[in-house]
Design a binder for this molecule. Structure first.
Ligand SMILES: [Zn+2]
Length: 397
């Protein structure tokens, strides 16, 4: 199955950015043995760009392969850097956007950690929606309520002042439908502010992060395409900006009550597509550089990567599928330790294992965490060489 029209603007002007076959469909799932990890369900990636609106997507995505259940584990809050990022975001929403004593809906609330923060800090009431939510339906004497379902036109009874949806839309194959469902849910709350956060595909392309395209993420936006998607669903965009050192897009929107979604003015064409063409050409040179460097560190001693999230899983499936270069994966999420990396079967170990297992080199997958990792190493008095994967990026001639 392959999609021929852009899922956002319906254009037929599509071009391939990169293809990968037989890759794990999950990056953030717990695997209790190396054998189980290597037998994970696999799928193909055909990352495709629309030259009309700039939307990037996997045109061979098969949603029946990706079912999120209790084995899905993507808690990022064990990182102090990430936790600080969330706290700053909540502070900003409460103090600068005045989200205080309001009804806050979170779409795709996961375990509700972010919603709890914004309820506590701003004295708000929170309504979390997530089909995979596990926990009590009501908390904090009714200030926090959860429903194990999607947020859609059936939810018009929930008065919303604010709707927040973080890191959901990139998992959805029909993003405009998700946005329309939210707009329809807001029929009785037409003045609600809507905030979205999602990875920025321009950051991936500009920085040539070869391991940021993976199966769990099916829809990748830049400022242009996210604006188009919101407009097509009947929203006005109030602001789009890059956050998390450029890696994410932050969108603020509200329901457009004046124009029917179908009659949105067309935006001008954009996209010279030079970025995505360079990206694809870059991959083989990047692989050579990484293998050359890994051989050097392999000769010195045991080598690990830091980060068993999507970046680390995608990196090792690309670079070391047979575990020839990398011995272990370090992670700070205690739920992941003792498990094995989806696809390759590398063992996931704790920071203490760096000394215990005699690891001499650790490659950090996300540059945002390098300072945090350095201070953890210092705190544990561990003697190891830390390298940011950024150092191995290849500059174009
Ligand atoms: Zn398009």
């Amino acid at each position: 199955m392959s999609i021929n029209n852009c899922p956002v603007c319906n254009s037929l002007h599509l071009s391939t950015v990169l293809t990968r076959t037989n890759i794990p469909v999950f990056q953030n799932v717990l695997m209790t043995s190396a054998q189980e990890a290597r037998q994970i369900v696999r799928g193909d990636l055909s990352i495709t760009e629309c030259s009309n609106c700039g939307f990037v997507f996997n045109r061979t995505f098969d949603s029946s392969k990706v079912v999120y259940d209790s084995q899905y584990e993507n808690t990022q809050s064990y990182s102090t850097y990430f936790e600080q990022y969330l706290d700053d975001l909540v502070t900003d929403l409460v103090t600068k956007h005045g989200i205080r004593n309001m009804n806050v809906v979170e779409v795709g609330c996961g375990k509700g950690l972010f919603l709890k923060k914004i309820v506590d800090f701003g004295d708000n009431a929170g309504y979390g929606f997530d089909p995979s939510y596990i926990g009590p339906d009501v908390l904090q004497e009714g200030k926090l309520k959860f429903e194990k379902r999607l947020y859609d036109e059936q939810c018009t009874h929930v008065q919303a002042d604010v709707v927040i949806c973080r890191h959901v839309i990139e998992h959805i194959s029909e993003p405009v439908s998700l946005l329309k469902a939210i707009r329809n849910a807001l029929i009785n709350s037409p003045h609600a502010k809507v905030f979205f956060e999602t990875p920025c595909v321009d950051w991936i392309l500009d920085n040539k992060v070869m391991f940021d395209f993976f199966y769990e993420h099916n829809s990748y936006f830049n400022r242009h395409s996210i604006t188009r998607a919101f407009q097509l669903a009947g929203f006005d965009i109030l602001e789009v900006k890059n956050v998390f050192n450029g890696q994410y897009l932050w969108i603020e929107a509200q329901v457009n009550t004046t124009i029917e979604p179908a009659h949105q003015p067309k935006q001008p064409l954009l996209q010279d597509q030079a970025k995505s063409k360079l990206f694809a050409q870059h991959e083989s040179r990047w692989r050579e550089t990484v293998h050359y460097n890994l051989e050097h560190y392999l000769a010195i001693g045991k080598t690990a990567i830091w980060g068993a999230g999507a970046k680390g899983v995608t990196f090792l499936n690309l670079i070391d599928p047979d575990r020839a270069y990398i011995d272990f994966v370090i992670d700070v999420n205690p739920n992941k330790i003792g498990n094995f990396l989806p696809g390759t079967g590398h063992e996931i170990v704790s920071i203490e294992a760096i000394a215990q297992r005699g690891i001499s080199t650790v490659i950090v997958m996300n540059p945002n965490y390098i300072d945090e990792n350095k201070s953890l190493i210092a705190k544990h008095q561990i003697d190891v060489k830390l390298i940011s994967i950024e150092e191995w990026s290849v500059n174009e001639p």
